[in-house]
Design a protein around this ligand. Structure first.
Ligand code: GLC
Length: 434
């Protein structure tokens, strides 16, 4: 009897624990997820005092810079040409619907007026302006949603301990306690969510710094965030399977389902909204010698290929230490904006289309419209394995010229007037369910 009671007690405990683990997103959260999916295109901004070194956001650890030396950078940080309004206007004109800004990167420097550390943009720089506040005001003005990147790891603080895989050469010798670091993070997150609201998403990064079995206490942190703002979408670039409490799934430098960069091997595609982050050149933070920007055509293709995989593109810009966006980044933003003004209808608000992604391109779907995006085809015809629907019409999206097609039980064959050469040759099919 005693044995049975103990067994029942253990079973009950396990059930309660499982229940506590279960995360049920609120209706506001679910609505924010759909809004996020509709947006399709965001701009990532990696900006901090590291921009002064012009070697990307990892300079501190890559060059084993002592943290007391590194901490002299802020006193020289004066981005005289920073203009939040101009940034957000350029980004909105590019057709991006949200910005993800690095509030605090791995170097531990806070880009807002935080009360939990003096190591921040207002207290530690002669500039003394709350950059995040200015950005959030500009976002509101232009109707751009604000997401915040927040690093879980820290190369500066003593209480980020045990030390992780990175940041071993930054000279931390006294080690504080993880508990105070965890509390510090939660205080800062509370501050961000309450002083800069609305924050549509929090974008975490750095979990990969510690061994697999390290307890980051993520579910507890996520619960806290959702208690403050149930609609806030939580994303984590941990390169692993989704943790309960997360609302978005991130893929770094790869489209969902691919793993060319080597970060996505540990995760399969979940049912959550998806986002791929990618650089415009080769670095996230400002890299003074890297002018090797992807072409506008390639960037548009990446955006479209992401949409065809039901994912958003979060495309990075690394502003200069003087506060300006690099000229080449502005050029690419401009080109994307022009393309999206003409073709955005086939991207925004769509979901991955009925035909799976292919080398020639992808399809996107909105209501009864299926957009066939032909990106790379050296043929005048294309077969689509489209079944279960009847095609009512096929036109070139650009000028509504009808496109010849034949439909059989196996699919649809499209015939074009010439081999497609457009950046994206879009055919709009109107479908009827059979
Ligand atoms: C990686 C890098 C980090 C960058 C992030 C963006 O995690 O460590 O510096 O911010 O990717 O996706």
């Amino acid at each position: 009897m005693k044995h049975t009671l103990i067994t029942i007690a253990i079973a009950l405990l396990a059930l309660t624990a499982a229940h506590a683990q279960q995360y049920v997103p609120t209706p506001e959260n679910l609505a924010a997820r759909e809004q996020f999916r509709d947006d399709k295109f965001g701009i990532f901004i990696h900006w901090g005092v590291y921009s002064m070194l012009g070697q990307g956001e990892w300079a501190m650890t890559n060059h084993n810079i002592n943290r007391d030396e590194y901490a002299k950078l802020p006193s020289g940080f004066y981005p005289s040409r920073f203009d939040a309004d101009a940034w957000v206007k350029a980004i909105a004109d590019a057709g991006a619907r949200y910005i993800c800004f690095t509030s605090r990167h791995h170097d531990g420097f806070s880009m807002w007026d935080t009360q939990y550390s003096d190591y921040n943009i207002v207290d530690a720089t002669p500039y003394g302006r709350d950059i995040l506040k200015e950005l959030s005001d500009a976002c509101r003005k232009y109707g751009v949603h604000l997401h915040l990147y927040y690093s879980h790891l820290d190369w500066y603080r003593d209480d980020y301990y045990p030390l992780g895989r990175t940041g071993r050469g930054t000279g931390r010798t006294t080690h504080g306690s993880w508990d105070t670091y965890y509390e510090f993070m939660n205080n800062q997150l509370t501050e961000l969510l309450t002083h800069y609201a609305p924050i549509r998403a929090l974008w975490f990064d750095g979990v990969w710094d510690q061994p697999e079995d390290f307890d980051w206490r993520l579910p507890e942190q996520y619960t806290m965030i959702h208690e403050i703002d149930p609609a806030c979408l939580i994303a984590n670039n941990h390169h692993r399977a989704i943790v309960p409490g997360e609302d978005l799934q991130i893929f770094e430098r790869d489209l969902p389902g691919e793993n060319t960069a080597g970060y996505s091997g540990g995760q399969s595609i979940s049912a959550l909204p998806l986002e791929t982050c990618q650089t415009m050149n080769g670095m996230w933070g400002y890299q003074i010698t890297d002018q090797n920007y992807k072409s506008a055509r390639d960037l548009i293709h990446y955006l479209v290929r992401a949409a065809g995989r039901n994912a958003n593109l979060l495309l990075n810009v690394g502003p200069q230490p003087n506060g300006e966006l690099p000229a080449l980044a502005l050029d690419r933003l401009h080109a994307m904006g022009e393309w999206l003004r003409a073709n955005g209808e086939t991207v925004y608000g769509t979901r991955g289309g009925d035909v799976p992604p292919h080398d020639w391109g992808v399809t996107t779907r909105k209501g009864d419209r299926l957009y066939v995006h032909i990106l790379d085809l050296s043929d005048r015809g294309l077969f689509l394995p489209l079944t279960g629907v009847k095609v009512l019409s096929a036109v070139q999206f650009s000028d509504r010229t009808p496109v010849k097609y034949t439909q059989t039980r196996d699919g649809v064959f499209l015939t074009f007037p010439a081999v497609p050469t457009d950046t994206d040759y879009i055919i709009e099919l109107t479908l009827k369910n059979r």
